[in-house]
Design a protein around this ligand. Sequence first.
Ligand SMILES: C[S@@+](CC[C@H](N)C(=O)[O-])C[C@H]1O[C@@H](n2cnc3c(N)ncnc32)[C@H](O)[C@@H]1O
Length: 214
Amino acid sequence: MNRLDILCSYLDKCETFADVGCDHGYCTLYMLKNGLCGQAYISDISEKCLSKAEMLLRDFIAEGKVVSECCDGLGKIPYDCGQVLIAGMGGEEIIRILENSFVPERFVFQPMKNARQLREFLLSRGAEITYDGVFRCGDKFYFVIKGGRVGYKSVYSEAELEFGKDLKSADTKAYIENELVKKRSYSERKMSAEHRAELTAQIAFIKRVLENET
Ligand SMILES: C[S@@+](CC[C@H](N)C(=O)[O-])C[C@H]1O[C@@H](n2cnc3c(N)ncnc32)[C@H](O)[C@@H]1O
C-alpha cells in the first residue's frame, strides 16, 4: 500500500468532507467511491494542483457532489464541515492555517514534520485528540493526528508530545529507533559544546523512551 491508501484508512464516514491542500484529489475520490461522504470540498492554494483534482473528480463535480475552491487553507471551507483532512504539509503550515481560520469539527492531520508543535497547538486550543500515531510506508514514517474541535482534552507526557500517543506500537517503536540512529550518526559530526550537550540529552531521552522509563 502507498502512503495515500494507508492515510485514507484513517478517514471516517461523514456528511461533508474537505480535503485541504488536495493536490491530486485522491483522498476525496476514496471518500466518494466508498460512500463515506455525501458532499466534498476540494481545495488548494495552487490552481495548477487543484486542476489535477478537478480532472480526477470531474464526474462528481458535474453531479454537484464536489465543490472546488482555490484558496489558502480553510478560507472557503464552511465552519460546520464534518471532517477536514490536511495532509502532506509541514506542521507549522497546518498551524498557520488553523490560526487564520478555525479548528475543524473533526480533523485528520498528517504533518510531514513538526508534529510536536501541531500537538501542542491543538492542546492549547482545547481540541480533543482521539488518535495520534505513526504509520510506516517503506522506509518512511508518517504521523496521523485525529480529533475534534471540542471534547475530552487529552493529557500528554513529554514522550507522547514528542512521538505521539501510540508509543507501544511497532511502527512508533521503529520510528523512535530510527530517530536514535539519526541522532547518533549526527553526534559524530563536529559541533559546539552547547549543541553537543543538547544532542546528548536528546539521545538519553530517546533511550529512556525506548526502555519505557518516561
Ligand atoms: C505535498 S502536497 C500534499 C497533497 C496531498 N494532501 C497529499 O497528502 O498527498 C501539498 C499540497 O498542499 C498545497 N498547499 C500548500 N499550502 C497550502 C495552503 N496554505 N492552503 C491550501 N493548500 C496548500 C500545495 O499546493 C500542494 O498541492
